[in-house]
Design a binder for this molecule. Sequence first.
Ligand code: UD1
Length: 326
Amino acid sequence: MILVTGGAGYIGSHTLSRLKELNEPAIALDNLYSGHRWAIPKGVELVKGNIADQALVEGLIKKHKITSVIHFAAHTAVGESVQNPFKYYRNNTLGSLNLIETCARSGVKHFIFSSTCAVYGNAASNPIRESMPTDPVSPYAASKRMTEVLLHDTEAAGFAMKSVAMRYFNVGGARVAGGLGQATPNATQLVKVAAEVACGKRPKLLIFGTDYPTADGTCIRDYIHVDDLAEAHVQALNYLRKGGKSEIVNIGYGKGYSVMEVVKAMKKVSGVDFAIEIQPRREGDVVAVWADPAKAVSLLGWKPKLDDLDLICRTAYEWERAYQPS
Ligand code: UD1
């Protein structure tokens, strides 16, 4: 049985849905802070609770004979983390510390961790390889990097739990088969926010900085489709099940788009020429990052199928149009 923390959230629910398609038994642990009960696939049990609650997690591991954990539960807004670092270190780092300790002591074998390319900070060059130095520039990024270190040190201390830390680049879009998408309240991610603006749910899109040293002055990111990312988790788990050693793996397509290019794509697929407003730079943002995904491909056998910015924007927009927050 697989325990999916944050299973009611954006990437967690897409991964649960993929696990269900594959008939992989899983249960979700989520405190419903930003996730939704309806996002859990039918037939999958949701336990409402906190990853930091060691008695709860230990009980779940024993009761359900959990052998693998996929850990998504986290706060994810870079800007907010700069304003309120305590919230990020408490939930992301301390929460993960409690979870990892409980899993390791309870005999969990495989642990897949939702990390982020934000751990690289302003990388010296692109594309970014896993061997390049980390230099987190926001509390969000630092909270994730600390969790990677915890996983490493857990194994170094002799626990048998193997891990894959997945450093995602910028995830976007919604399930191609429909019925699922990003429903994070007060989301800050560009693709999600642009889809909300295109649907008239927000009056305009704020562009955080047009004075960066890039061709059009806006930041560059490697946008990946959430279904490809969900599949990468399944493959990471299978890699560990086959006896693979602990690894850190980038998940990105290997190319970058500027904020303005995303705006253009969203306007094109939605047919809505929505308003934008130039704002100062957002604290904690890095200029340009895109992945070298070679390791995910060779090690995990990851074969991304949805490498298409228009498709990412279209699925995000279609989801947003259909979605009414309850
Ligand atoms: C970061 C991480 C990503 C992580 C995510 C969690 C990096 C490079 N990426 O994404 O791995 O999963 O946090 O949330 O650190 N923007 C606007 N207007 C908006 C929203 C965003 O201009 O309304 C701009 C941002 O300033 C940034 C770009 O769009 O330049 C992407 O921002 P966002 O979608 O929030 O993701 P990151 O912060 O890059």
